[in-house]
Design a protein around this ligand. Structure first.
Ligand code: ADP
Ligand code: MN
Length: 255
């Protein structure tokens, strides 16, 4: 079939014939018809020339390394159109004042989720938060700047054993700075800020903006409190003389 040939060309299988590679296995498992059509569309538009590796496999999404039509490296986050997280996604989207109509169909709900993550990246960048630059999105596929050198950049969690107290102090100030800037200037909260969503590449880069939302959201204070608690508790355990999370929360929330 024509579509399958297009996908093969995106995966580079005909040249490499690595039919049992991890990339091929994951692709086979998670590329349903919608995803294939979406990838083919982005391929024709020059947004994705090829995918060549799997960076991460998760419950909700898989992240691939690739190149675009100009040979620039990209990261491609592909949400599963069938997810067991339907309920949580629905609740998060329902609370977001920016999201209008909520589709009943799971697949379409995932499209809304993907689109919101793209918009969150665009918004965060405006407030001087270092994030992967958003490049394109369509349906359940999000294309963004690749963070890394040869290999994808490690997460803070992956490098914490090699870090000194001063590194943690610096990273703590960076992370609290992000929370403050987002909240005060961007009217925004990340909602899943942790050592798993900070990549270390020259400077730290904050990823995974799927849960992020605006201050007007009725859940935003709860998310702000959670981010502060998680981040502060992480750095406190690593010897940083941190602020008090509840006090910081009250200060930011203005209560
Ligand atoms: P989730 O945690 O929901 O599976 P993330 O957005 O956190 O999704 O991405 C999963 C993993 O993929 C990250 O921990 C990171 O290692 C990698 N990753 C995500 N985006 C990029 C990117 N732009 N460049 C390099 N690696 C990335
Ligand atoms: Mn993540």
């Amino acid at each position: 079939e024509h579509l399958d040939r297009e996908i093969e060309s995106i995966l580079g299988l005909r040249e490499r014939r690595e039919k049992d590679s991890e990339l091929y296995k994951i692709a086979n498992e998670v590329f349903d018809k919608t995803t294939k059509e979406t990838l083919a569309y982005l391929h024709r538009r020059g947004k994705i020339e090829a995918l060549y590796g799997v960076i991460s496999t998760g419950k909700e999404a898989n992240v691939f390394a690739g190149i675009d039509g100009n040979g620039e490296r990209i990261a491609v986050k592909i949400y599963r159109t069938y997810t067991t997280e339907f309920r949580r996604i629905w609740e998060y989207l329902a609370a977001d004042p920016r999201v209008g109509y909520l589709p009943k169909d799971m697949r379409k709900l995932v499209f809304v989720w993907t689109r919101r993550e793209f918009k969150n990246l665009q918004r965060a960048i405006k407030y001087a938060v270092r994030v992967p630059e958003p490049i394109a999105f369509r349906n359940n596929v999000l294309v963004m700047e690749f963070i890394g050198g040869e290999a994808p950049a490690p997460r803070l969690k992956d490098v914490e054993r090699e870090l000194e107290k001063e590194d943690f102090e610096e990273l703590y100030n960076f992370t609290i700075g992000v929370i403050e800037r987002l909240w005060k200037r961007g009217d925004m909260v990340h909602g899943d800020l942790s050592e798993y969503n900070i990549l270390i590449h020259n400077r730290p880069v904050v990823i995974d903006w799927s849960q992020a939302t605006v201050r007007r959201n009725r859940m935003s204070l709860e998310l702000l409190k959670r981010d502060l608690r998680n981040v502060i508790s992480y750095f406190r355990k690593r010897g940083v003389d941190t602020e008090d999370p509840e006090e910081k929360f009250r200060q930011l929330a203005g209560i």
